[in-house]
Write a protein that binds this ligand. Structure first.
Ligand code: FAD
Ligand code: NAP
Length: 312
């Protein structure tokens, strides 16, 4: 049974979804954001944000709260719902299935972002939540004055590693090459930080622990083939992200890796289905680029709904 009808349903309430809701509701459309969790998306897993204009530095969860206040000020609703499928009805209406009922809208904006990629090595799943983490801001405080290992060499690994360095005794960054991928400014800070240590050309092969918790990581040097165990109470894994597009696979709107393909107007190949933010096939995944996509989508969705009304 359809529970509620909207002009626009935004799936996901991270920075992309919230900004879309702001623009569309300010254009006087009836808008709801559906999220399977709390609003804020990846910002809730981010310690410090210092590349979002207007704030020299702000904690991710605080920025999420401020964006939520903005996004709901013109009447956009925030609803719980884990989306499982979108159906396009013969008249073009979009029917969105969730674990909290079925919703309908003239247009849908997908803003489901991405989730941390897993390493898939022994011990990772077993010790998840007991020493293995994908979120320094959530779990860092458990490792005060202890040794932790960070896996990865991108922005997330280095930025969150620097956050951890404020709390822990030592952060050992294990990276599979001898050069970081992270932005230069983050690299400079990391190399200047006494608590940051680097283990190059190495990949984790197993996360080790006792019955209760993680005790270390077995790594392998890719050049020498030598294996060694690094002592660690916590292992923070930042090896990239994968798109949250499983519910949309029947629509055939993604590339081979699952990222959604849109044009410059954020329009997918299905009229009235748009996508913004990290879930898109794009060059740079940041808060600024997610909100930039969303400004465009908010305007385009208005044009689409006006057109749908004119043709009704
Ligand atoms: P997300 O923020 O991922 O939000 C997606 C939302 O969709 C989530 O709330 C999720 O619950 C919801 N969702 C997913 N699937 C469903 C479903 N089926 N049904 C309902 N809801 C669903 N960028 C910066 O600019 N500066 C930084 O300092 C920075 N630091 C970062 C640190 C880390 C550790 C990480 C991982 C990323 C960082 N980023 C940073 C990148 C930035 O967080 C992302 O680019 C941004 O959050 C993307 O926004 P989004 O709205 O597209 O998606
Ligand atoms: P990323 O840029 O894809 O980096 C992933 C890192 O993990 C790379 O260094 C990669 O190595 C390594 N890696 C991948 N698979 C691995 C494996 N199986 N085993 C070992 N190492 C592996 O991902 P991210 O750092 O999470 O960043 C995601 C997006 O968010 C990016 O667009 C980033 O710019 C953005 N972000 C921005 C900020 C910021 O602006 N301050 C902060 C965080 C994230 P290689 O280098 O060898 O490929």
């Amino acid at each position: 049974m359809t529970e509620k009808k909207y002009d626009v349903l935004v799936i996901g309430a991270g920075p992309g979804g919230m900004t879309t809701a702001l623009y569309a509701s300010r254009a006087n459309l009836k808008v709801a954001m559906l999220d399977r969790g709390i609003y804020g998306g990846q910002m809730n897993n981010t310690a410090e944000v210092e590349n979002y204009p207007g704030f020299t530095s702000i904690m991710g969860p605080e920025l999420a709260e401020k964006m939520y206040q903005s996004s709901t000020q013109f009447g956009a609703e925030f609803l719980y719902g884990s989306v499982t499928k979108i159906n396009v009805l013969p008249d073009g209406t979009k029917q969105v299935e969730t674990d909290n009922g079925i919703f309908e809208a003239k247009a849908v904006v997908i803003a489901t972002g991405s989730e941390p990629r897993k390493l898939g090595i022994p011990g990772e799943q077993e010790f998840s939540g007991r020493g293995v983490s994908y979120c320094a801001v959530c779990d860092g405080a458990f490792y005060r004055n202890k040794k932790v290992v960070v896996i990865g060499g991108g922005d997330s690994a280095i930025e969150e590693g620097l956050y951890l360095a404020n709390l822990v005794e030592e952060v050992n960054v294990v990276h599979r090459r001898d050069q970081l991928r992270a932005q230069k400014i983050l690299q400079d800070r990391a190399f200047a930080n006494d608590k940051m240590k680097f283990t190059w050309n190495s990949v984790p092969v197993e996360i080790l622990g006792d019955e209760m918790k993680v005790t270390g990581v077995k790594i392998k040097n890719k050049i020498t083939g030598k294996e060694e165990v690094l002592d660690a109470s916590g292992v923070f894994i930042y090896v990239g992200t994968t798109p949250m597009t499983e519910p949309f696979k029947d629509l055939d709107i993604t590339d081979e890796q699952g990222w959604i393909i849109t044009d410059d107007h954020m329009q997918t190949k299905i009229p009235g289905i748009f996508a913004v933010g990290d879930v898109r096939q794009k060059f740079l995944r940041q808060i600024t680029t997610a909100v930039g996509d969303a400004g465009i989508a908010g305007q385009e969705v208005f044009n689409y709904v006006q057109g749908a009304l004119a043709n009704a």
